[in-house]
Design a protein around this ligand. Structure first.
Ligand code: 5GP
Length: 183
């Protein structure tokens, strides 16, 4: 579905599906160049990163492997607490591997900080982060992000893997959810 299918449910549109796809291609080319000759493992964080993982990996010209983690954040409502529980761990031993974590969005960066600390303890050869979207608060996080798709304002956005109550993940465009949807 695209923004036309949910037009009354979005307060504003930030990026169209076409803009997202164009940016994904640029980042894929950058990753191809940066990891040339290396054996790259992409680690996706379920469930939001499903769309970006599928598009990014297919836009790449070089081989990559993929694995997934599922985590749950303890915290009230839409606020991240940084206290994280692993619901599904990796199938891959990442010791000595070049690992690129693929994220949908970074807000406070608290979830990612926990994840990176956890993965770093497994002694990968390298550990970098790619996120499709980044909110302003992420800039003050201690976690360094190597690849960023787009910056977003501090609003609750949906689409391209980002959900509200399990919906809108399959929206190809990315926009701010209209308040009447959640009030
Ligand atoms: P952080 O720990 O960086 O504050 O939170 C990151 C997680 O919160 C993301 O992986 C995502 O699941 C969720 N999140 C943060 N901002 C948004 C948003 O605007 N929309 C949606 N749907 N999820 C968000």
């Amino acid at each position: 579905m695209d923004a036309n299918d949910v037009s009354g449910e979005l307060a504003s549109l930030h990026y169209t599906g076409a803009e997202v796809q164009a940016r994904v291609k640029e980042i894929a080319a950058q990753i191809d160049a940066d990891y040339e000759g290396r054996r790259l493992l992409l680690v996706g964080v379920l469930s939001g990163a499903v769309m970006i993982m599928a598009d990014l990996s297919r836009a790449m010209k070089s081989h990559c492997e993929m694995d997934w983690m599922a985590i749950s954040s303890y915290g009230a409502g839409t606020q991240s607490s940084g206290v994280v529980r692993i619901l599904k761990d990796l199938n891959t031993n990442i010791e000595g591997r070049d690992v690129l974590v693929v994220e949908d969005i970074i807000d406070t960066g608290l979830t990612l900080a926990y994840l990176i600390q956890n993965l770093q303890s497994r002694k990968p050869a390298s550990l970098e982060i790619m996120t499709m979207f980044r909110k302003p608060e992420a800039l003050s996080s201690s976690v360094k992000v190597r690849y960023v798709g787009f910056d977003l304002p501090n609003e609750f956005v949906v689409g391209y893997g980002l959900d509200y109550a399990g919906r809108y993940r399959n929206l190809t465009d990315v926009g701010t959810l209209a308040p009447h949807v959640y009030s």
